[in-house]
Design a protein. Structure first.
Ligand code: F6P
Length: 328
């Protein structure tokens, strides 16, 4: 294969996130700017296996910068996990004369991309797209900022009814293995307590904290819980546990769920997507592969995909302290 890149394939894979469309637009338009052909691959790696491709030019991405979801659709492909599936995908790329890939998604997407590269030496650059913000090598993944704003808006509304009824609300937010959404949206929305997988609060401390809060004169409270953290209990079991041990509390549960993944991307996510898409295409043009483009100190930088997957994006412990002080 010659080093010159003539045609780039772009796909979105795994859980969608706001800003993915803005990233597709950026990849397509950067290709057009540099006179490189671009092909959109539908439904992530599954569409790659099936040859579900569409030629894309600058006009095929009109009016999507503001749209949530992904026009290329997304999937979590089990077939791509097999050697046979990846072989089929490679054949489809060769047939369509695609000679490099930009993959937009989370760690599952990058893991699949790296494996594919190790087998076929196919140039790949990753763009981090997940609301969870759990990727090493970038301070922000695409969709995280939008999701934070969505969660804060929802909790503000929940607070209205919590105050009116003197209730305690457990609000479960997304974040399969990471507490970034819970911690930051929790502080932004003025939560009494924030439960995240990175810090084991424990049931006793939760009860203590709720007692303290009542004694300090608070009549309603919000506890934000990352879905990855149940202190060994589901959020509904947690409600029962607290009501049994602190009968003075009238508890309600609100699981925000997939609404957190939808909606128009924030300005921050649109700008980030535009910057990352440019860097992804230009990195491929420079002959780079197996990197993720990400934001570090407000600069777009490259991180080896392997490191992006293996290292952990740590939560800021100082934020836990801030949250503690704010709930005084
Ligand atoms: O990884 C993003 C995410 O939204 C997680 O926060 C959540 O646990 C998961 O995806 C849900 O995935 P699905 O939509 O496949 O149920």
């Amino acid at each position: 294969m010659s080093n010159k890149i003539n045609k780039i394939g772009v796909l979105t894979s795994g859980g969608d996130s706001p800003g993915m469309n803005a990233a597709i637009r950026s990849v397509v338009r950067t290709c057009a700017y540099h006179k490189i052909e671009c092909v959109g691959i539908y439904r992530g790696y599954q569409g790659m296996i099936e040859g579900d491709f569409t030629d894309m030019g600058p006009r095929s991405v009109n009016n999507i910068v503001n749209k949530g979801g992904t026009i290329l659709k997304s999937a979590r492909s089990t077939e791509f996990r097999t050697a046979e599936g990846r072989k089929k995908a490679h054949e489809q790329l060769l047939k369509a004369n695609v000679d490099a890939l930009v993959v937009i998604g989370g760690d599952g997407t990058f893991t699949g991309g790296l494996l594919f590269n190790s087998e076929y030496n196919f140039p790949i650059i990753g763009i981090p797209g997940t609301i969870d913000n759990d990727i090493f090598g970038t301070t922000h993944t695409l969709g995280y900022d939008t999701a934070l704003n969505t969660v804060v808006e929802c909790i503000d509304k929940i607070r209205d009814t919590a105050i009116s009824h003197n209730r305690l609300f457990f609000v479960e937010v997304m974040g399969r293995d990471a507490g970034h959404i819970a911690l930051n949206a929790g502080i932004g929305a003025g939560a009494e307590e924030i439960l995240i997988p990175e810090e084991k609060l424990g049931l006793d401390r939760l009860l203590e904290s709720l007692k303290k809060s009542k004694a300090s004169g608070k009549s309603s409270s919000i506890v934000v819980i990352a879905e990855g953290d149940k202190i060994g209990k589901s959020v509904f079991e947690l409600k029962d546990y607290v009501e049994t041990n602190l009968p003075e509390y009238d508890v309600r549960v609100s699981v925000l769920g997939h609404m957190q993944r939808g909606g128009s991307p924030s300005c921050f996510d649109r700008v980030l997507a535009s910057r990352l898409g440019v860097k992804a295409v230009e990195s491929l043009m420079e002959g780079k592969s197996n990197y993720m483009v990400g934001l570090q100190n407000n600069k777009v930088e490259l991180t080896p995909l392997e490191q992006a997957i293996k290292s952990k994006s740590e939560i800021d412990i100082e934020l836990l302290r801030v949250s503690d002080i704010m709930s005084t």
